[in-house]
Design a binder for this molecule. Structure first.
Ligand SMILES: Cc1cc2nc3c(=O)[nH]c(=O)nc-3n(C[C@H](O)[C@H](O)[C@H](O)COP(=O)(O)OP(=O)(O)OC[C@H]3O[C@@H](n4cnc5c(N)ncnc54)[C@H](O)[C@@H]3O)c2cc1C
Length: 376
């Protein structure tokens, strides 16, 4: 049931906004993060301002950001600011919110309360679905389930305290399971050394031998892939990528101004084009967020709009990177400079599953259906 945002809600949001902006200022002048290290200090600050538990539904003590268009705008801003601050941080926050969303949609009241308890203790949640070798499977034994296999791409593997994972049952179904994690001996290097996003702490986690109560299974078989949420949730990743674009545009302008080159007419063309790309992405993120909370639309329409938005943001970000490289020249290639690092992080972050299918499925929907009237 959608809730009207209260004054307390608006108050909390403006506290977040101010705290994140302040954090951004401090980061600019503070010690530069080691890009290989997970941004633990930033995560701690995000936790201290209450942003991890604020993402919960109202009945679990959160702000219920998914329950109203105003809440979705606020969530979008939170993710965008986090991505601007640090894309690795944005990735973790996005995963954390994905867990909250899936448990609130498909979990029982008791399971929602269990997750809320973790988050109120400022524990970071992770969504680990990409399998390693062998993939994660489960076997039931009485009231318990025994897990085997590995997750291969587990962001913040050393910082997450509770993970929502997918696992194959003996019957070949896919179910979601909430599992406490954090055993160092189970952590591995994951996919290898990524050229960007190495701060996301993406590793592998071996679940072999982990036993949890069967009440930790969230929802029914197939819920993880249920539409529209399976695809529509991707709007949050686009909001984080938009934050990365904000950061790049800021660095481009800042450096051009600093070198006395910003008012050169050729650079002005690039600045103008960069602003257009950023604003295009911003409009698509907003549209996707609104589509994702429109309960009156058909699932196929919601999915198609969010899919188009995902590709539009990807294209805009990919077009921004060479503009920045041409505008700043070789200084944009000096390893470890903020602009060079953000470009590598952003290019890596944009690698999300099945982009071809994402675009063509959306095209297929709108080949058969009219564009929604309220969006023309
Ligand atoms: C920094 C980072 C952190 C991550 N963290 C997590 C995490 O915490 N949890 C998690 O579960 N996952 C995580 N992932 C994995 C992520 O969710 C995706 O699985 C991964 O990024 C997929 O990207 P891809 O480019 O390899 O996609 P792919 O889907 O493999 O796409 C690559 C290309 O192949 C095409 N393609 C796809 N399928 C086919 C096909 N069947 N036939 C032909 N062509 C095809 C695509 O259109 C595209 O052109 C993370 C990834 C990164 C980079």
């Amino acid at each position: 049931m959608p809730v009207a945002p209260t004054l307390a809600f608006q108050d909390t949001l403006s506290r977040f906004r101010n705290a994140l902006r302040l954090l951004e200022k401090q980061e600019e002048h503070g010690p530069v993060d080691d890009e290989e290290n997970f941004p633990s200090r930033l995560l701690q600050k995000i936790a201290e301002i209450g942003a991890l538990s604020a993402t919960l539904p109202v009945e679990n003590g959160g702000l219920g950001l998914h329950d109203s268009p105003v809440g979705m705008e606020a969530l979008s801003e939170l993710l965008r600011l986090a991505g601007r601050l640090n894309l690795a941080l944005g990735r973790c926050l996005e995963g954390h919110i994905n867990v909250v969303r899936l448990v609130s949609l498909y979990g029982s009241a008791q399971q929602r309360a269990v997750l809320a308890e973790y988050l109120q203790h400022n524990i970071l949640a992770g969504i680990w679905v990409t399998d390693g070798t062998p993939p994660v499977a489960l076997v039931r034994s009485g009231n318990e389930i025994r897990l085997t296999g590995q997750k291969g791409f587990a962001s913040a593997v050393r910082a997450v305290g509770v993970a929502l994972i997918t696992a194959r049952t003996e019957h070949g179904d896919t179910v979601m399971v909430l599992v406490p994690v954090g055993e160092k001996a189970r952590m591995g290097p994951g996919p290898g050394h990524l050229t960007g996003m190495s701060g996301s702490g993406t590793g592998s986690y071996d679940f072999t031998g982990v036993v949890v109560p069967s009440t930790n299974i969230i929802g029914k078989p197939g819920d993880y892939l249920r539409q529209p949420e399976f695809s529509a949730g991707a709007w949050r990743g686009s909001a984080v990528a938009l934050g990365g674009m904000d950061h790049l545009v800021h660095l481009l302008l800042d450096e051009l101004r600093g070198r006395g080159r910003a008012s050169n007419p050729h650079q002005q063309v690039r600045i103008g084009e960069a602003l257009i790309l950023r604003e295009t992405a911003s409009m698509w993120v907003r549209r996707a967020a609104m589509a994702a909370c429109n309960s009156h639309a058909e699932a196929g329409e919601t999915v198609a709009i969010v899919n188009l938005a995902r590709i539009a943001v990807e294209q805009a970000a990919l077009a921004l990177i060479p503009l920045v490289q041409r505008g700043l020249g070789v200084m944009a290639f000096v390893r470890g400079r903020p602009v060079e690092r953000v470009m590598r992080d952003l290019a890596t972050y944009l690698r999300q599953p099945a982009p071809d299918e994402t675009l063509t499925e959306a095209a297929g929907w709108f080949t058969e259906h009219e564009w929604p009237k309220d969006m023309t």
